[in-house]
Design a protein around this ligand. Sequence first.
Ligand code: NAP
Length: 263
Amino acid sequence: MSQSRTRPVSLVTGAGRGIGRGIAIELAKLGHAVVINYAGNAGAAEECLQMVQHAGGAGTTVQADIAKAEDRERLVQESLKAYGCIDMLVNNAGVAPSVRADLLEAGEESFDRLIGINLKGPYFLTQRVAKQMIEQVKSGDQSTLKPRIVNITSISAYTASVNRGDYCVAKAGLAMMTKLFAARLAEYNINVYEIQPGVIETDMTEGVKEKYDALIANGAWPIKRWGYPEDVGRAVTAIARDDFPFSTGEVFNVDGGFHLRTL
Ligand code: NAP
């Protein structure tokens, strides 16, 4: 309990590497205690913990597969055991399809795996954490941050890529999830936000680096560079600072202007 009263507590899923790590480090700069969730790469999570501590935050690592109900419950319990409350949930963990396959050929196995991690996991984790946040709000403890929820979706929530339909469908679902929880939780003053990153330099995009290098050079989006995990992390910290108190269900594009239609 003790640390929850001196530091806001953020639970970031998939925080060991990539965008999640960038978010954890930026939150640490605000002094947050960060629960660094990871699936299998304990080394990356430990490295992230050291970076969080170095940046001025505190943290703990928790292995949990967010696709599994029992792991989600353990993740929440371990977060509460460490810090006594959860002020912010960042649903970041996600995977690309194991194999990119054409829409007319792609199989159910890949679909089920991807939906489990990218949509069902965050959906039910949010349901569980929201109940915890409501309890915190009802307890009337004014010293904690107003609870906030952030979903990391993608430009794939609205961009059709016919060789990874499962990924697009999951991100579109996560976008609707933002609206649903925003509508349901407003009465508790729990705002819910969505961040739609564009192409960000992480392990996930490592295999398609040359393709995106060429797209960037050809002006696929106006700000001609890769996005970095820090770009997403900084958007999350604006939410963590409560810079948008009268906005909920809001979508933030962190995409170099990809969403613009230009002629
Ligand atoms: P990444 O570098 O591949 O990292 C993925 C993270 O998610 C890792 O920390 C991984 O844990 C964790 N993870 C994977 N499966 C999990 C599970 N079942 N339970 C818990 N954690 C799990 O990916 P990224 O590029 O940072 O992507 C992060 C999020 O941003 C994803 O939701 C992705 O869809 C989204 N996004 C990415 C881009 C992009 O261009 N990179 C663009 C838009 C949106 P381990 O380290 O233990 O494996």
